[in-house]
Design a protein around this ligand. Structure first.
Ligand SMILES: Nc1ncnc2c1ncn2[C@@H]1O[C@H](COP(=O)(O)OP(=O)(O)OP(=O)(O)O)[C@@H](O)[C@H]1O
Ligand SMILES: [Mg+2]
Length: 310
């Protein structure tokens, strides 16, 4: 039985029967890159350990070079962990090549074939699997409809806008019905307005298909608005995992607070209080009571940081 999905164009599209969603497990994965010129090795990812539940969208968020792409590439099979394991569902896929993993990856650069039309690009994954032509045609139509590109099938990718190209890349990944969708900064080439629209589109499609998704970004607004849960990374390590609101309201460290929110840092002396409230003295200008909702956490009894609304 097919599933009816509301498309970007507002029409209802008959999508193929839903596949069972699978979890992704990154188990104490470390990735060390050997350095050739006698310099120290780069430890891109250190003992990373997390699980993405079936149908969940989890974002890896952190500054440039913190190991987001490397983590995603280990899940996709483009990098072999130096230690640790990758599981999809119950299957240990650590040693399997990308094409044996039931994952699909959308890269920042889209990676479309310029000499093929939109339809041919989207059909490619099914063609190499040897699917019958009439079946491919039906699936391509349904998938282009799903991403709102039903009228542009015969265009060349070079004659599309950035947002349309991004949809083609997404359609090309979705058409093979992967158990896991991996997205590496897929919106970073788009302008702010288009980025916002595509964010909503991706979330809508991901939810309607119930596809387990790992999304990489260094954009906190993107992460906070798109995700079921966010994994904040720094220097190859996971610093905090939680729902967006949880991380925003209760950051585990000054780094997380600074990265996920617009924050003001105050130096205070904490003079008393407990788990939910502290008494603080701010710049010797008298006493103030800080509650958890406004002042997220006292660090080492000296500093309080306050998230302000995004
Ligand atoms: N093939 C490689 N050889 C050596 N070092 C690498 C290699 N790939 C990544 N690195 C290093 O590993 C670290 C993590 O890189 P990674 O690409 O995972 O970061 P990122 O969080 O995706 O950053 P960005 O936001 O800039 O894309 C960086 O220090 C990077 O220079
Ligand atoms: Mg990256």
């Amino acid at each position: 039985m097919g599933t009816t999905t509301e498309t970007a164009m507002g029409a209802a599209t008959q999508m193929p029967a839903e596949k069972k969603s699978l979890s992704v497990r990154v188990e104490r994965a470390t990735k060390r890159f050997k350095n050739t010129k006698g310099r120290a090795d780069v430890v891109a990812v250190k003992e990373s350990d997390f699980t993405v539940a079936p149908g969940e969208l989890v974002t890896l968020l952190g500054p440039s070079g913190c190991g987001k792409t490397t983590t995603l590439r280990m899940i996709a099979g483009f990098e072999l962990p130096s230690s640790g394991r990758i599981l999809i569902g119950e299957t240990d896929v650590t040693m399997l090549p990308p094409n044996k993993r039931d994952t699909a990856t959308v890269f920042q650069s889209y990676g479309l074939f310029p000499h093929m039309t939109v339809e041919e690009n989207v059909a490619y994954g099914l063609k190499v699997r040897g699917m019958a032509r009439h079946e491919i045609r039906t699936k391509v139509e349904a998938t282009l409809d799903l991403v709102g590109l039903a009228d542009l099938g015969d265009r060349a990718p070079g004659k599309l806008s950035g947002g349309q190209q991004q949809r083609v890349a997404l359609a090309r990944s979705l058409i093979v019905e992967p158990s896991v969708l991996l997205l590496d900064e897929p919106l970073s080439n788009l302008d702010a307005l288009l980025r916002e629209q595509m964010r909503v589109e991706i979330r809508r499609i991901q939810k309607s298909l119930g596809i387990t998704t790992v999304y990489v970004t260094h954009d906190r607004v993107e992460a906070m608005s798109l995700s079921d849960r966010v994994i904040v990374m720094k220097d190859g390590e996971i610093r905090q995992v939680g729902a967006p609101a949880e991380i925003y309201e209760n950051p585990a460290s000054q780094f997380v607070a600074g990265f996920v929110g617009k924050v003001a840092f105050f130096s205070v002396a904490v003079t008393g209080g407990g788990a939910k409230e502290w008494e603080c003295r701010l710049n010797d200008r008298g006493m103030s009571t800080c509650s958890c909702s406004t002042f997220a956490r006292a660090v080492a009894g000296r500093t309080v940081f306050a998230p302000s609304p995004m």
